[in-house]
Design a protein around this ligand. Sequence first.
Ligand SMILES: NC(=O)c1ccc[n+]([C@@H]2O[C@H](COP(=O)([O-])OP(=O)(O)OC[C@H]3O[C@@H](n4cnc5c(N)ncnc54)[C@H](OP(=O)(O)O)[C@@H]3O)[C@@H](O)[C@H]2O)c1
Length: 520
Amino acid sequence: MSQSPVMVNPLKEGLKIEQASEPCAMVVLGAHGDLTKRKLVPALFALHQQGLLPPGFCIVGMSRTKMSDDEFRQSMARSIQQFAPEIPFDQSTWERFAAFLYYLPSNFGKEEGLFDLAKLLKELEQRHGTRGNNIFYMATPPSLYGQIVDRLAESGLTQMHPGLKAPWPRIIVEKPFGRDLSSARELDLHIHNSFEEEQVYRIDHYLGKETVQNIMVLRFANGIFEPLWNRQHVDHVQITNAETIGVEGRGGYYEEAGNMRDMIQNHMLQLLSLVAMEPPISLDAEATRDEKTKVLKSMRPFDLKSLKKFAVRGQYGQGFIAGQPVPGYRQEESVSGESKTETFTALKLFIDNWRWADVPFYVRSGKRLGRAITEVAIHFKRAPHRLFSLDADDGGQALGPNALVLQIQPDEGICLKFATKQPGPTTQLRWLSMDFKYGTAFGVRSPSAYERLVHDCIQGDATLFARTDAVDASWSLISPILQEWAQTPCNQFPNYAAGSWGPAESDEMLLADGRAWRII
Ligand SMILES: NC(=O)c1ccc[n+]([C@@H]2O[C@H](COP(=O)([O-])OP(=O)(O)OC[C@H]3O[C@@H](n4cnc5c(N)ncnc54)[C@H](OP(=O)(O)O)[C@@H]3O)[C@@H](O)[C@H]2O)c1
């Protein structure tokens, strides 16, 4: 008899909870798109290789392009090899995987769009033993999400049998979830007409990253950090998400989104909530999500009259990345020559609760910056009394402040900065760091974020997915800024050169508080 595959959830390791995956079919709506090719199918193939897909499983790809099952399989084989070369590809493993891959062309905009799907899923239930459980993965342009949910409901694919836990439908929704508070609420209402909240998995791939999950382990599995993790000891927190790339051919999408919608509303605020949350009462999905949502609901609303002190926007002009000249944002394909879209955001945020009162959280995110890096830096308060004199050689850096840096990507790891005495007859201080690197410490490939998240959804574990109240709270915080910015377009764009660290106003925001961005 085949055993149910299990995957240890690192967040639950301490409790030794292991769950068997339930049989199911996964329907990928938008299977001819970039996301499916680059991330989703490679993740599913990697799960298959590790024996982590359930015994009764199959995948149905759907999009407008006409293709046979075999053409779809060949296209996916090419994508895995092209976009995920780190995953070993051998023909016999691939053939076993390809045997449960299917394709159904369809136009979701048309009423009859999903009628054939119900019939196909019934056949596959018999053939693969999926027991009628279905996951619908929304990988289409977001404007189609509402229509697709309606079509699924019309085809009877969202129905649950009263009183029974299975067969179940689940839905995975890709970002962006709405483009402001009202559209996010509208989409939520639409989805909730057909799905209960516990069936909805709003994906935020940042939460699937190993290092992001490690934030909770670092904080709550160790005794030494948490006593310092509060306003008594922390001076401020800096969260940086810097990309060196531009819009990479996705100018049309980016013109509509901008940096605030693309990065801050979802990834950065989710990251911040993990850093700032209280310890959950258990590792149950709801307990963890309750604490994260409380952080988002405690964030101080922006005072629009003095917005410039708290929110900076930028757009890159031409410049140099790694010594090579690169065009400005307005010269990118599908971008208006007079675009007012922000490619950089810096925010000063406050969490009005007992733990964090008056501790600033500075968040910056941008494209075409000096270095590709995502990190969270906890800056501690300086030692209360200055016993050692300033060292002229290092500008006094050795006298603090200490910083604990959680490196999310690349070079995933943790480093603690502290002062030490240089060997020698005089007392000269030097600033050093204690470094832990994931790659060297464990020497194994970390699962991709999509591997982790898709597997969690198959297991019915929603811990790492955004809940409706968290999405609502984050849009409530940033929608007023977006409105204000839309009404007062910035006339100084472009206001930073590609390859720099963003507009001068971003540095000035911290300087006004007597602080500076960490030099990375
Ligand atoms: N790409 C990424 O790395 C990434 C990362 C994070 C989130 N996302 C999100 O994931 C979603 C998909 O992104 P993407 O980059 O994969 O987009 P994409 O490359 O434009 O692909 C969109 C897919 O939707 C299909 N489609 C569009 N209109 C359709 C219709 N009326 N009926 C049936 N199928 C239709 C397309 O089918 P045809 O090609 O056959 O027309 C294509 O397969 C978006 O919400 C995006 O924001 C993407």
